[in-house]
Design a protein around this ligand. Sequence first.
Ligand SMILES: NC(=O)C1=CN([C@@H]2O[C@H](COP(=O)(O)OP(=O)(O)OC[C@H]3O[C@@H](n4cnc5c(N)ncnc54)[C@H](O)[C@@H]3O)[C@@H](O)[C@H]2O)C=CC1
Ligand SMILES: CC(=O)C(C)=O
Length: 250
Amino acid sequence: MKLKDKAVIITGGAGGIGSGMARAMAKEGAKVAIVDLNEEEGNAVAAELQEVSPDSIFIKADLTERERLHEIVDTVVEKYGKLEVLVNNAHASRQVNFEDTTQEDMDFSFNTGFYPTFYLMQSAFPYLKESKGSVINFASGAGLEGQKTQTAYAAAKEAIRAISKVAANEWGEYGINVNIISPIAMTPGVEAWSKEHPETFEAIVSKVPMKRWGDPEKDIGPIAVFLASEDSNYMTGQTLMADGGSIQIR
Ligand SMILES: NC(=O)C1=CN([C@@H]2O[C@H](COP(=O)(O)OP(=O)(O)OC[C@H]3O[C@@H](n4cnc5c(N)ncnc54)[C@H](O)[C@@H]3O)[C@@H](O)[C@H]2O)C=CC1
Ligand SMILES: CC(=O)C(C)=O
């Protein structure tokens, strides 16, 4: 097992890519703490994880409550006595034209994605230093390519990539690696969004060489397992494209 007994936090772990990664990591032996607003799904996913990894737990939290984010790390360290992997996956998005994007739209994207990533990384740092652990953050083609109608989300995603690279440079000497996944996968979030914006949805999949949406557990899960495992110890500051070849960084 690649992650035997590793203590992992996954934000947004009750649904979509978060729950897919949680399943993949639990099957590799990790104790997974999933953090989410959605209590019903959170409890259901945790019960499923406990069948393969009995110490896995659900923590209900609203990641926009910035001053309480450290409680997530405190809870996990109290339960497991350590922290090896922090996965900052949760992020909510809205589609608005550039000229109509408001301060509130910007705040919404930074408060659901960027600030939780930033503050959880700060809270986790002493424990990751002790365990020579890993951080896995999330990017998007929206930011990498500047996709239309994604001003706030694209800005927050590229800000996450920027601080990930800074942390990779500063924390490398402690044996902590910080990497980024840019995924494409069919999730409840994407499904809801596809109904509101069918043209954008079709445009994205038509550009995917593999001509399908990824599966959260089967396609994104193994990449998260790799980044959480010893196999990626000498890799940091990298953006891994788990998107069926949609964007090829050269
Ligand atoms: N699915 C895709 O094709 C793509 C996804 N991404 C990124 O991958 C990551 C996962 O995406 P999906 O699984 O599609 O998202 P999703 O919207 O399906 O799931 C997000 C999860 O985060 C939780 N969440 C949202 N706001 C929260 C808050 N304030 N506090 C606590 N939990 C909260 C939701 O309840 C949900 O369980 C995100 O960072 C997203 O931006 C990037 C590009 C494409
Ligand atoms: C949700 C998202 O970031 C997409 C589809 O690029």
